[in-house]
Design a protein around this ligand. Structure first.
Ligand SMILES: [Zn+2]
Length: 137
């Protein structure tokens, strides 16, 4: 058996296991161009990369730059949506306070700042027009 056909066999074996071009090239210590050459010779499509999800630590395969597995991405989407809803709700209550009892509003803001930090207050009040109001406070 010639050297070339052994390499070809190794590449195809790993390809059939589901490894991506990059993974095959790394595991055999050959260039990615060699892997691509042989894969294309057989008309095979590239396998997606094998990645470890940093949240659930499960392995998943993906062609793109996705960092998390599909299940965790779905969870993150839900959490982001929920976070946005919570912030909206808090702002709604703050506006109510601002309109009906500004002194309580500013006390709440001050307490929030002390307990959660100025970054939190900045996030919660982002988009609220407070600059002109704070002068009158
Ligand atoms: Zn995950």
């Amino acid at each position: 058996m010639s050297r070339k056909s052994m390499r070809e066999e190794d590449i195809l074996k790993l390809y059939n296991k589901g490894l991506s071009d990059e993974e095959i090239s790394k595991s055999l210590g050959i260039s990615i161009w060699t892997v691509r050459y042989w894969r294309r010779k057989y008309g095979y499509k590239p396998n997606p990369h094998h990645k470890k999800c940093p949240i659930c630590e499960r392995y998943f395969r993906d062609f793109g730059k996705k960092k998390y597995c599909s299940e965790c991405r779905e969870e993150l989407r839900k959490i982001r949506g929920l976070r946005f809803q919570i912030i909206k709700k808090i702002r709604y209550h703050l506006y109510y306070l601002l309109d009906n009892s500004p002194e309580v509003f500013w006390r709440v803001i001050k307490e929030m700042e002390e307990e959660e930090g100025p970054e939190f207050v900045k996030l919660i009040t982002k988009g609220m027009n407070l600059k002109s109001l704070s002068k009158t406070n």
